[in-house]
Design a protein around this ligand. Sequence first.
Ligand code: CTP
Length: 444
Amino acid sequence: MNGTRILLIVGGGIAAYKCLELIRALRDRGACVRVVMTKAAMQFVTPLSLGALSNDKVYSDLFDLNDEQEIGHIRLSREADLIVVAPATANLLAKMAGGHGDDLASCVLLATDKPVLVAPAMNPKMWAHRATARNVELLKSDGIAFVGPAHGEMAESGEAGEGRLADLPSLLTAIDQQLQRQRAPTPAAGPATGPASGNLLRGKHIVITAGPTHEPIDPVRYIANRSSGKQGYAIAQAAAQAGATVTLIAGPTNLPDPAGVAIHHVETARDMLQSVRAALPADIAIFTAAVADWRVDVPADHKIKKNKGSSANAPALRLVENPDILQNIAKAKKDRPSLVIGFAAETQTNRLIEFAQAKLDKKGCDWIVANDVSVDADETSGANTAGVMGGVMGGDNNRVHLLTQEGIEDWPQMSKRDVARRLIKAIAKHIDGQTSLERKVGAS
Ligand code: CTP
């Protein structure tokens, strides 16, 4: 970050105090930080402390004549390599989405021709509100990058959920990625597994599902599977590194939120479907989630009690089928992404391609990535010690076959990160091919 100029816009939320640490960390890395605060932000942190840490004047007033003569909002907005909005409140997001310019922060955001990275922080209910979701989608389609919010406890006691400001390492990684992206020349769809960085997918919105889903039996028990979410998270990360705007819809996993990716945490298949629909429109959708095929028809309101310790009295669970998210989106009349990719997890190695092909045909997707999740699939992972667990599910490696209209590509065993990068490159190459075809047709 040495010598880069970051304009930090601090919104009025309780998380504003975390900017003090962010400024210090950015300056430690050699960046110059200039701060603009909203009026509301001043209720949470003082210009004095932000100014002391940034070692610069802090700007807040649109109509400060001195500032307008010295350095107006146009110059403020242009004399930066990157604008970071942290914390971005629901109100600030709404103003950005609506194109308002009634204070210095919103005018700077309106006037800028520089990349903007937004780190939202607000109450989970405000984040989940349809109006906020609409604004976020609009901003993403305008090319604004997002990091977080993260999941966790809120400042208000007893409140928890999605809405915390992304943690410092995630903020720094996302800022670094944005800066790197500006420096990187546009690479051609290059070798198979090098970093999928640069602008390969710039301007594209990708929706990705990952992880398992949890289907409640009662308030404390649920049906789940062994998916770790690693492959989907790796794809989300590779897509963000390739310049895409990424929305990751993740079931419960133990993985940290990937940087530079908008993540929605969900529990059940039905929540996942709803979140995917809310994230559309998208150019590309990749369904890596191991969605539970069934849920309990009517989960119990209270913890089911053991009845006299006899198996005869064990509760009978009536299961019903969950919606097929991939099929729903692939066959949708409205908002179908132009490239829909499914994953096929199979345990019968000798019928892997046959089953995957059947899923491709049945679900109406464009590509399918077939992976063998049988017990012996990854001898190198060490995840297979119990003899019941596929080395791929939970492990770090994967061996996949890519089924497309052009045929089947057998990829060698590699890390999930390399599978992700190779898939992103294949997608970029496909899009590039389509664009040149459209150009040729248009020109003829
Ligand atoms: N999928 C989905 N919604 C479901 C089930 C599966 O979106 N309710 C998606 C998965 O994310 C994956 C693909 O469909 O991209 C195939 O999932 P898989 O579990 O391999 O197949 P199923 O359709 O569940 O069929 P089966 O369990 O019979 O193999």
